[in-house]
Design a protein around this ligand. Structure first.
Ligand SMILES: NC(=O)c1ccc[n+]([C@@H]2O[C@H](COP(=O)([O-])OP(=O)(O)OC[C@H]3O[C@@H](n4cnc5c(N)ncnc54)[C@H](O)[C@@H]3O)[C@@H](O)[C@H]2O)c1
Length: 340
C-alpha cells in the first residue's frame, strides 16, 4: 500500500498490557498513524487504551486482524500467541510488527518461516534496542570504520530486579527471555555468529534456582570473521537498569554508558561527580527506541524498505538463545549455522 501522501496508517493493536500500552501511546503520537482497533480478551484493558488513545475495543484478535478499516497490525500479546497471529496477518495481507520473541520453540518458528520469507508485506520484530539513539550512533560509527574492523563487542544488560516468579515460570528461561535482546544486538554488529559459549549463574535467587533457571549469565559469541561478542546479564542490579555497550577495534573503542534522568552532578567533601542512579524501568530507558521502532515500521507500511529487524532476525536470536542454553547446561561450546 502507498499511503505516503494520503491517509493515516490505521493500526490494529493486539494486547493492551505493559508493552501494548507503549505502542498505543506511540501510534497516538506518531504523525500519519491512527489507533483503529485494540484487541484484548480482557475487554476493560482494551477499553482503557482506546479511551486514552482512540479506536474501538474488541475481545478477539482475529476480528482486529481482519477488520476492513485496518492497514497494519502490532502484536503485543503474550509470546505463545505470536506465531498464529503473524500467520493470520500474512493470510490477511497485513503488514505486522510483532513483539519479541517470535516463540519459545524453534520448531513452531520454522513452521512459519517459509511463509514469512516470501511474504508480500513487511514482517517486523520488536527488537527495540536497535532503535536506541545512543546504540544506533555507536553502530553507525562502528560501521563507518571509526575503530577499524570490529574485534570485540561487550554488551552489559542487568535488570534492576527479577520479574515476578509467575512471569519467570513461563518466560522460557534467561536466555530466551532476557539474553535474546542482547543476542539480537550482537547480530546487529556481527550477523554471522558461528559459535556460542555460555555460563549460567546462580548467584542470588533461590526462586530462580527453584525454577531450574539462572539469575545471571555470561555468553560469548564468535563471529565468522573472528570477532567476539561478550554478553553480561544479571536479573538484579543495585544501581538500576544497567545497559551499556562497548565496541573495540584496532583504532580504538566506542562506548555507550548508562542514561540517567538528569545530568546534574554533585561534588562534596565525601564524593566527587556523583549522579543519580540509572533509569530504572525498561519502558523509561528505551522510550525513544520504542517510538523510533514504530516510525520505522510505519515507513515500511507506507512502502519504504523495512529497516526493522525481521522474522529471520527473530529466528536467529532464538537459535542463539537455544545454543546458549545448551552450552550452559552441557558446559561446552556450541557451533551454530545461521545461514541454514
Ligand atoms: N520489546 C520489549 O522490550 C518488550 C517488553 C515487554 C514485553 N515484550 C513482549 O511483549 C509481549 C507482551 O508482554 P507484556 O509484558 O506486555 O505482557 P502483559 O501480560 O503485560 O500484556 C499482555 C496482554 O495481552 C492480552 N492477551 C492475552 N491473550 C491475548 C490474545 N489472544 N489476543 C489479544 N490479547 C491477548 C492480555 O490480556 C494482556 O492484556 C511478550 O511477548 C513479551 O515478550 C517485549
Amino acid at each position: 500500500m502507498d499511503t505516503r501522501h494520503s491517509q493515516p496508517v490505521r493500526i490494529a493493536l493486539i494486547g493492551s498490557g505493559r508493552i501494548g500500552q507503549v505502542h498505543a501511546a506511540n501510534v497516538d503520537r506518531a504523525r500519519g498513524a491512527a489507533l483503529q482497533v485494540v484487541a484484548d480478551p480482557v475487554l476493560p484493558g482494551a477499553q482503557a487504551v482506546t479511551a486514552r488513545h482512540g479506536g474501538r475495543a474488541v475481545t478477539d484478535a482475529l476480528d482486529a486482524v481482519h477488520a476492513d478499516d485496518v492497514d497494519a497490525v502490532v502484536i503485543a500479546s503474550p509470546t505463545p500467541t505470536h506465531v498464529d497471529l503473524i500467520g493470520a496477518c500474512l493470510d490477511a495481507g497485513r503488514p505486522v510488527l510483532c513483539e519479541k520473541p517470535v516463540d519459545l520453540d524453534i520448531t513452531r518458528v520454522d513452521g512459519l518461516r517459509a511463509r514469512a520469507r516470501t511474504a508480500a508485506v513487511p514482517v517486523a520484530l520488536g527488537f527495540n534496542r536497535r532503535f536506541d539513539p545512543h546504540f544506533a550512533e555507536l553502530h553507525r560509527r562502528v560501521t563507518a570504520g571509526e575503530v577499524g574492523p570490529l574485534e570485540q563487542l561487550v554488551i552489559t544488560s542487568r535488570d534492576p530486579e527479577p520479574a515476578p516468579a509467575e512471569y519467570l515460570r513461563v518466560s522460557g528461561g534467561i536466555f530466551r527471555d532476557m539474553t535474546i535482546h542482547d543476542l539480537d544486538t550482537a547480530r546487529w554488529f556481527v550477523p554471522d555468529v558461528v559459535a556460542v559459549t555460555a555460563v549460567g549463574l546462580r548467584q542470588f535467587s533461590d526462586v530462580i534456582a527453584g525454577l531450574d533457571d539462572y539469575d545471571g549469565a555470561v555468553v560469548t559469541l564468535q563471529g565468522a570473521g573472528g570477532e567476539s561478542v561478550t554478553i553480561i546479564n544479571s536479573r538484579h542490579c543495585a544501581a538500576g537498569y544497567d545497559q551499556r555497550l562497548e565496541a573495540t577495534g584496532p583504532s580504538g573503542t566506542l562506548s555507550v554508558g548508562n542514561v540517567t534522568d538528569t545530568l546534574v552532578r554533585s561534588s562534596t567533601a565525601a564524593s566527587g561527580d556523583a549522579g543519580p542512579a540509572f533509569q530504572r524501568p525498561f519502558l523509561e530507558r528505551y522510550r525513544q527506541a520504542y517510538a523510533a521502532e514504530l516510525e520505522a515500521f510505519l515507513d515500511a507500511v507506507r512502502g519504504a524498505p523495512l529497516t526493522c529487524p525481521g522474522f529471520e532476525d527473530g529466528r536467529a536470536a532464538l537459535l542463539l538463545a537455544d545454543a546458549a542454553e545448551t552450552s550452559a547446561r552441557d558446559g561446552r561450546t556450541v557451533a551454530v549455522d545461521l545461514s541454514a
